[in-house]
Design a protein around this ligand. Structure first.
Ligand code: ADP
Ligand code: MG
Length: 378
């Protein structure tokens, strides 16, 4: 585990950013973005896009690949990281980068700091990492869906995490304070403590068990289930307070399989306490203990995290829903798209650049969540 390679953030120009954004937009409906299409979306006043594309490949922010039907460029993980980190830097959310502190199942976690030197936590979501290489296997596996791209999945995972963290934090739940997000990247408070999987002794086992069970029920009362409530997603602060993290798989208590996921969360805690502390209690909550008194789930789905995004994410995470099927269709056969569509992508690039480079005020995740909610490939 090392540092993020961020020196490049200082050297790349606004034009580089424009070209990378053009590839990002082109990838909404292309597996690979052919050079002429990239040029046309980037719409550089003085041309020269091919030289920029070549440089970006050299820095491994893009790669040029031969596809079955046509050749073209795609964003690499680093290229996508660059776009998000550059945006957060321009917004003055993050100003320095530290070490990697964790690798989760579906993320990389780093420490960063803001202008005042206050340490923060940066989470880069990495979903659907198979990219397009293992697409066939994946497609055969989930017969009736089109595989969604890793760009889209990582982005909606971060969008969802931020929305839940914000709603939970506002209601006084013990979660990190959300700071901002962009694309697949969430910035939040850095928790002073360690994950419970590294904790072998606590002053009062029974009190901690009760705290955690009460937390599960309180979430239920607000209409939600964490869905992965285990010792890896619970941190313990140095003064013994549990903090819940990791929200992309959260779901509503109205989900058709809610009771099963609720029981699974409860059993994670029971199993862990038995295994780690030799503690067993005859008391544990059941789904019928929930007294629904809030619609946090409804608030989140109204905040730009649409039903379709939710469905796509559930398919990727293997969460069972009534009907599966992704909204994303990739144009594999034919690289030509209509002028209208190019025009639209061009405009999106323009808007993105105006918003981030020329915006006078510091943007927060709040405004951003609303301003991007319409630009998804649903
Ligand atoms: P994943 O979705 O990949 O499981 P998590 O959000 O669970 O990612 O984070 C992975 C690990 O990173 C956690 O187990 C924890 O050790 C560390 N971590 C995550 N968020 C924070 C935070 N806000 N402060 C401190 N450490 C964190
Ligand atoms: Mg986790």
């Amino acid at each position: 585990m090392g540092k993020l390679n961020v020196t490049i953030l200082r050297y790349l120009t606004k034009e580089d950013f424009r070209v990378l954004t053009a590839i990002e937009m082109g990838m909404k409906n292309h597996e690979l973005v052919p050079g002429p299409l990239a040029a046309s979306i980037a719409n550089l006043r003085h041309g020269g896009v091919h030289k920029l594309l070549k440089e970006l490949c050299k820095h491994r922010l893009l790669s040029y690949e031969r596809g079955k039907h046509y050749d073209g460029y795609r964003l690499t993980n680093s290229g996508y990281d660059y776009l998000a980190l550059k945006t957060l830097t321009i917004r003055n959310i993050v100003s320095s980068f530290g070490n990697q502190i964790g690798v989760g199942k579906e993320s990389n976690i780093y420490t960063v700091a803001n202008e005042e030197g206050q340490p923060l936590c940066l989470k880069l979501h990495r979903l659907g990492r198979t990219c397009f290489r293992n697409l066939k296997e994946k497609r055969d596996y989930h017969q009736h869906r089109h595989a969604a791209s890793w760009l889209y999945l990582s982005r909606i995972s971060a969008t969802k995490e931020f929305a839940y963290m914000k709603a939970l934090h506002e209601r006084g739940f013990p979660v990190p304070k959300p700071i901002d997000f962009n694309r697949h990247c969430v910035v939040m408070e850095l928790v002073d403590g360690k994950p419970m999987c590294q904790v072998y002794e606590v002053p009062d086992v029974e009190a901690l068990y009760d705290d955690l069970m009460n937390l599960i029920v309180r979430l239920g009362n607000h209409g939600v289930i964490h869905g992965d409530f285990n010792e890896f997603n619970l941190m313990l602060t140095d003064d013994g307070k549990p903090i819940l993290i990791d929200f992309p798989q959260m779901m509503s208590t109205s989900h058709p399989n809610a009771e099963m996921y609720f029981d699974r969360d409860v059993n994670c805690v029971r199993d862990f306490f038995k295994r780690r502390f030799g503690y067993e209690s005859s008391l544990h909550p059941t789904f019928s203990d929930i007294l629904r008194e809030d619609d946090l789930d409804v608030e989140v789905s109204a905040s730009g995290f649409t039903r379709q995004m939710e469905k796509d994410l559930y398919v990727e995470m293997g969460i069972v829903t009534e009907e599966n099927g992704s909204s994303v269709e990739i144009n594999k056969e034919n690289e030509t798209i209509g002028n209208e569509e190019v025009e639209e992508l061009r405009k999106e690039v323009e808007d993105m650049l105006n918003e981030e480079f020329n915006g006078k005020q510091k943007k927060t995740g709040d405004d951003y969540a609303h301003s991007t909610s319409e630009s998804d490939n649903s």
